[in-house]
Write a protein that binds this ligand. Structure first.
Ligand SMILES: N[C@@H](CCC(=O)N[C@@H](CS)C(=O)NCC(=O)O)C(=O)O
Length: 388
């Protein structure tokens, strides 16, 4: 007999289960979290959000964002990266962090890159082509505020996304095609890799797969224009999306086989992380330290003048630095040798640690005594929360 995920949850000896997953089915980070929970067989009840549900989510987590999770015993979790690590401590079968600490660091770095760097092209492909803009704007408005005029609200939301994430964040008419083509750069890496092996770091999904999955599943593989581009140009990546979405640990061989990322096709990704993403995190952190709202980002391949300074990404960099420092000397040497051929890791440590002040906020579960309930400003109520 089939049982629902919620019923199954009751039989698991986890005092926090089942989990209520607040998510949206077109959301980048919701897709990442949902795929992880499904793969690990973690008992959860997916709950589609609307405007009203977002008020309690904000009151509890302090960000008006999905995914967020409420545990059966009333605790709250948020932000996919620390949430996955929180679950990994409790659901230890088929870990998504490889046991080799050096490879685990690489997995976390790729997860972070997937989360943050691919957001910009994901915004481009969703909000720049007209068919996608209209379809997704309408879809998001209709599901969040079913009684409101969806076409108008969809238009307003699409405009907010275009402004906030593209035009006000370093995109110009001149470099718009470059943002679009960031997707093709990913296929150059993913296609030969996924032709050869099932998941990014080997036989089983790692946290690197979930980081990539965020943009690839709910955006590129879903939105009208990019989905067709993917079917035509990246069939191995398209197949990997379905493979990961439909995977459960009980369907996988127990033994995980991990691969050190040194094959030639890793070159473009390792170089992009070393020469574009880590310099971006560094320059963003410097701008934050100097109290600048925007900064002129310059990497080896990309230039985004007047990018918005993001505190959250200062924290991302801090976490990566801590992880790297915690490695043994020999593991640090292996990671550093891997990147040395592609530009090195110097940008990760340039100007030392710049503290975001967010470390306590992202310690899970949220301590309600210390923080909640968070109160919304009128602006937040009307506009939602594009940034944190
Ligand atoms: N770093 C967060 C990001 C979550 C996030 O940005 N969620 C988006 C949807 S994919 C959101 O809820 N945005 C709210 C808004 O734009 O108003 C995570 O990993 O969960």
């Amino acid at each position: 007999m089939e049982t629902s995920t919620a019923e199954k949850g009751k039989s698991v000896s986890d005092p926090h289960a089942p989990y209520t997953l607040f998510k949206s089915d077109v959301s980048y980070f919701s897709g990442k979290m949902e795929a992880y929970l499904r793969y690990k067989g973690i008992p959860h009840v997916p709950t589609e959000i609307n405007n009203d549900i977002m008020d309690p989510v904000y009151a509890a987590t302090g960000v008006k964002k999905v995914p967020a999770i409420q545990t059966a015993d009333g605790k709250w979790l948020f932000d996919t990266t620390p949430m996955i690590q929180w679950f990994e401590q409790r659901y230890t079968v088929a870990p998504v962090l490889p046991p080799d600490p050096a490879l685990a660091f690489v997995a976390l770095l790729i997860e972070d890159y997937g989360d943050e760097w691919l957001w910009r092209p994901a915004m481009w492909w969703r909000w720049m082509p007209r068919a996608s803009r209209w379809a997704l704007g309408w879809r998001i408005a209709a599901s969040n505020m079913p009684k409101a005029p969806s076409r108008l609200l969809g238009w307003v939301f699409a405009r907010r996304q275009l402004q906030e994430w593209l035009w006000k964040d370093g995109m110009t008419k001149e470099n718009s095609d470059t943002v679009r083509d960031m997707l093709f750069r990913e296929f150059e890496f993913l296609e030969p890799l996924l032709k050869e092996q099932s998941f990014i770091l080997g036989s089983h999904p790692s946290t690197a797969d979930f980081g990539y999955f965020a943009s690839m599943f709910r955006h590129f593989g879903n939105d009208p224009d990019s989905a067709e581009v993917m079917r035509q140009q990246a069939p191995n990546t398209y197949e990997w999306l379905a493979r990961l979405w439909n995977l459960r640990i009980d369907k996988c061989p127990a033994k995980q086989a991990w691969t050190w990322p040194e094959a030639d096709y890793w070159g473009p990704l390792l170089a992009r992380i070393a020469k574009d993403y880590l310099p971006y995190l560094h320059q963003n952190a410097l701008a934050y330290q100097d109290g600048k709202k925007t900064f002129d980002y310059q990497g080896a391949t990309f230039e985004f003048r007047r990018s918005i300074t993001t505190t959250y990404r200062v924290w991302c960099r801090e976490v990566l630095q801590e992880r790297y420092v915690a490695l043994s000397d020999s593991d640090r040497q292996r990671v550093s040798a891997l990147f040395a051929l592609h530009g090195g890791l110097s940008a990760l440590f340039a100007d030392g640690t710049i503290v975001s002040g967010l470390a306590d906020r992202y310690r899970l579960p949220i301590d309600p005594e210390a923080s909640a309930p968070f109160k919304q400003s009128l602006k937040l109520k009307l506009n939602g929360q594009p940034r944190n």
